[in-house]
Design a protein around this ligand. Structure first.
Ligand SMILES: Nc1ncnc2c1ncn2[C@@H]1O[C@H](COP(=O)(O)OP(=O)(O)OP(=O)(O)O)[C@@H](O)[C@H]1O
Ligand SMILES: [Mg+2]
Length: 157
């Protein structure tokens, strides 16, 4: 993590934009666990970054913090996975839109996920037609040398 310290929710709420460096998948999951505490019912989180940059690993931490045991990693067939929610939200949704064209995203019934008072984390949100500007958080993942990741968490609204 940045400055070799564990991220805390306090770190995340100091300013609008926070940058963390994680050195392993475990640290990225831990950051997801911390971030989960800041999420509120109805929040929409966009996860941006190249293939393999850590978006799913981070989401696994959020899911874990909400008390979910099993977690489905992205597969060629995954579009949306549903988990138990927390922080006032009944459900946590993990969407991966990589394989979809914008038209088929619409067919997925995206409104149900985004506007149902749940919490949604979305990979490859650039595929969205509706909801493009409705995200509360932007998280950018960059792959650095030696298994490190730069993770920038920004609160939009
Ligand atoms: N610091 C790190 N944080 C997260 N993942 C890391 C890190 N270092 C190495 N890895 C590895 O990088 C890969 C990240 O995979 P992950 O599925 O989380 O990426 P993704 O951004 O969701 O990719 P995709 O766009 O294909 O869905 C895993 O194999 C993980 O073990
Ligand atoms: Mg993924």
């Amino acid at each position: 993590m940045a400055k070799n310290k564990k991220p805390s929710t306090q770190d995340l709420s100091i300013s609008k934009k926070n940058i963390f460096i994680t050195k392993s998948p475990k640290e990225t999951t831990a950051l997801g666990v911390c971030f989960a505490a800041l999420l509120k019912k109805g929040d929409i989180v966009f996860l941006k970054g190249d293939l393999g940059s850590g978006k799913t690993t981070f989401t696994q931490g959020v899911s874990k913090a909400f008390g979910n045991k099993g977690f489905a990693r992205s597969s060629s067939f995954m579009l949306a996975n549903e988990y138990k929610g927390s922080n006032g939200a009944e459900k946590l949704f993990h969407l991966d839109l990589y394989r979809l064209s914008p038209a088929s995203v619409w067919d997925l019934g995206i409104e149900e996920y985004l506007y149902g008072g749940n919490i949604s984390l979305i990979e490859w949100a650039d595929r969205l037609t509706a909801g493009k500007n409705d995200n509360n958080w932007n998280i950018e993942f960059q792959t650095l040398d030696g298994g490190k990741r730069k993770i920038t968490i920004e609160k939009i609204k």
